[in-house]
Design a protein around this ligand. Sequence first.
Ligand SMILES: [Zn+2]
Length: 152
Amino acid sequence: MLFPTHLAVAVLLGRRLRLSTAWLLVGAALPDVVDKSLATLGVVDLFHTVGHSGLLLVVAIPVAYAGRSGLALAVGWGTHLLADAFQIVLNGRPTDALFLGWPLVVPPTPMALPPLAFARQYLWSPAFFVELGIWAALAAAVVAERRRRPSE
Ligand SMILES: [Zn+2]
């Protein structure tokens, strides 16, 4: 999923779940900020590694129980992983979703494209149209909220 769409999902959840949008945004950004940086610097070979690993649940669960901010952070992180896995499966590369088990398992033939190359091949894929739906939902939520507010 494209990075801005992860942030849009966080904003939508913040409105729906009454969690801190700021902490949801941090959690939703974290996997890509960590992993894309590590891969760009050549520390790891793949763009879905430590920040995208489901094994981080051992950290995310205690963080979620630490308070509302921690819960928002963990939910943001979790939605990022689920959204990435969903789009990968939807786009016909289900074995790439094995990134969730990194480092215990790795996808056998990962795409391993840098962010811009990924974005180019991703446009017009089935998951891209799901993202358009997410952006339409965000726009509808913003419009609905503005209509509810008294005129300024
Ligand atoms: Zn990601």
